[in-house]
Design a protein around this ligand. Structure first.
Ligand SMILES: *[C@@H]1O[C@H](CO)[C@@H](O)[C@H](O)[C@H]1NC(C)=O
Ligand SMILES: *[C@@H]1O[C@H](CO)[C@@H](O)[C@H](O)[C@H]1NC(C)=O
Ligand SMILES: *[C@@H]1O[C@H](CO)[C@@H](O)[C@H](O)[C@H]1NC(C)=O
Ligand SMILES: *[C@@H]1O[C@H](CO)[C@@H](O)[C@H](O)[C@H]1NC(C)=O
Ligand SMILES: *[C@@H]1O[C@H](CO)[C@@H](O)[C@H](O)[C@H]1NC(C)=O
Ligand SMILES: *[C@@H]1O[C@H](CO)[C@@H](O)[C@H](O)[C@H]1NC(C)=O
Ligand SMILES: *[C@@H]1O[C@H](CO)[C@@H](O)[C@H](O)[C@H]1NC(C)=O
Ligand SMILES: *[C@@H]1O[C@H](CO)[C@@H](O)[C@H](O)[C@H]1NC(C)=O
Ligand SMILES: *[C@@H]1O[C@H](CO)[C@@H](O)[C@H](O)[C@H]1NC(C)=O
Length: 394
């Protein structure tokens, strides 16, 4: 899933050739000194939220072509993170200050050491050495990862901890997360959610005597109820994922249409063993009914269908001249399409859930997911999973 990015990655080492050894050594020295000072000396206990951006002009040493690289360095309280992007795409992400410095060194090319010094000083002046960290272990795929991230960020904010976002997980392939911090925590306790699809109130009582790892799925809007803005701000699609989706949805907006996204989840939801547990796919009846709901409610609706089985949709959802199918195979772009719709109809699974939440309009969900009376249904709490203003239809 990372392949799309590898293509666009800059090979930073290319630039190394064009910088003198002497300059390199001096720069490493400045950075090493600064890094040491930063990592081991600063213990200022306050909450800076600062982000610095800078554009660097480079010459590609193999092709002699000029190139502009944007460096976006943004920090949440207690955290450093940095993105080096070319035309908005992540080219390189490094987690620790020292690692990052080593990677940025080749990029400074025509900048003076003094300039770099000022830059780095400004960048890290508010920094401090955090002592309380919280992380999460990513489970499942994109939709689940977003629930986990949302719970992590929101919990970290509430208890004043530094969130460490693990660098594995699906989410990094599609979102620009400026909140990654690389540290090996010691004195860690694990918080296990009691059941999935049910808000575990005990998360509100984490004590501050240790670092924490959150374990579980955290599939409830209640985990981030107080931090919706933070979650929205933190979930920025990578431009390479977002742009094609935006163009696609913009083209549907002609004639003042109200765009309703439909996420038809099938795939694994159809597997027998999953069905036994309570996973379910929505029948066509539900899809037509929910479309009617929006047609009755809004003038000039246009539907856009996203699915993990788009062929099934094309064959089965027919006879409407107001319906288009999204052919995005990249799950990030499909999620971006949903997020760009005015309203969303979902069927099953967390992926659609997040498309609907990100869109932020009316949401119709399938009451048959999970199957009422099933094992999953009995373990979860529907009120915790589905936000109260979403409309259940079966
Ligand atoms: C979080 O930490 C900051 C800085 O140390 C402090 O001002 C603030 O009161 C703390 N907030 C909570 C909820 O503990
Ligand atoms: C320099 O150009 C070559 C050839 O186009 C390319 O493969 C390489 O990634 C470029 N290096 C950088 C740092 O952009
Ligand atoms: C670096 O080079 C770019 C052009 O490639 C130029 O615009 C910029 O002013 C230069 N910066 C410095 C500090 O020399
Ligand atoms: C964390 O520990 C691992 C394994 O011991 C090590 O490879 C890694 O470099 C450490 N990371 C940091 C930031 O210390
Ligand atoms: C959390 O881990 C860090 C890094 O090992 C350590 O310095 C810090 O003391 C730990 N925090 C607590 C509250 O134990
Ligand atoms: C990064 O963090 C800043 C706050 O420090 C926030 O305003 C910005 O939206 C974030 N960007 C992304 C891509 O998450
Ligand atoms: C577009 O739709 C909005 C709301 O549905 C309506 O207020 C507006 O007047 C419409 N504009 C045109 C040009 O039809
Ligand atoms: C619906 O679309 C038609 C053209 O397709 C347009 O003339 C009409 O104003 C639109 N109605 C609304 C309420 O936007
Ligand atoms: C779409 O179909 C509806 C009825 O099914 C019809 O009233 C409308 O004119 C059609 N629109 C177009 C653009 O064909």
């Amino acid at each position: 899933m990372d392949d799309i990015y590898k293509k666009h990655s800059l090979h930073l080492t290319d630039c190394l050739n064009s910088i003198t050894i002497q300059k390199r050594l001096s720069l490493f020295f400045v950075i090493a000194v600064f890094g040491t000072v930063l990592l081991y000396t600063l213990r200022i206990n306050r909450m800076p939220v600062m982000s610095s951006d800078m554009t660097m002009h480079l010459t590609n040493s193999s092709t002699q072509t000029k190139q502009t690289i944007e460096i976006v360095t943004s920090r949440r309280p207690n955290q450093l993170s940095k993105y080096i992007t070319t035309s908005g795409e992540i080219a390189h992400t490094k987690h620790s200050v020292t690692q990052w410095s080593q990677h940025i060194t080749p990029l400074i090319q025509n900048r003076s050491i003094h300039e770099l010094d000022v830059f780095i000083n400004n960048l890290f002046k508010d920094d401090f050495h955090a002592s309380h960290f919280i992380t999460i272990s990513f489970n499942g795929r994109l939709g689940n990862n977003i629930f986990q991230l949302a719970a992590l960020l929101s919990c970290a904010k509430r208890i004043n901890y530094t969130a460490i976002v693990p660098s594995n997980g699906w989410i990094h392939s599609y979102f620009l997360l400026n909140i990654t911090y690389d540290i090996n925590m010691t004195n860690v306790k694990t918080f296990n959610e009691e059941k999935f699809g049910k808000y575990d109130k005990d998360i509100e009582d984490l004590d501050s005597s240790s670092n924490w790892t959150l374990s579980g799925y955290y599939q409830s809007w209640k985990y981030f109820l107080m931090e919706e803005d933070l979650i929205r701000r933190s979930l920025k699609f990578k431009p390479i994922i977002y742009e094609p989706a935006r163009q696609f949805v913009d083209n549907l907006r002609l004639n003042n249409k109200t765009i309703v996204g439909i996420h038809v989840r099938r795939g694994d939801m159809r597997e027998l063993k999953h069905k036994m547990d309570g996973y379910a796919t929505a029948p066509l009846r539900y899809i037509y009914k929910s479309m009617k709901y929006f047609r009755d409610r809004y003038k000039n609706t246009s539907f856009v269908i996203c699915s993990d089985e788009i062929y099934w949709c094309k064959t089965n959802i027919r006879g409407y001249n107001d319906t288009v199918f999204s052919n995005f195979e990249n799950p990030g772009s499909a999620l971006a399409v949903l997020s760009l719709c005015d309203h969303v109809i979902i069927t099953s699974g967390t992926f659609g859930w997040w498309g609907a939440w990100l869109a932020g309009g009316d949401v119709v969900y399938f009451k048959g997911y999970p199957r009422p009376g099933s094992k999953i249904d009995k373990g979860m709490c529907r009120e915790d999973y589905y936000p109260p203003h979403w409309i259940g239809i079966d």
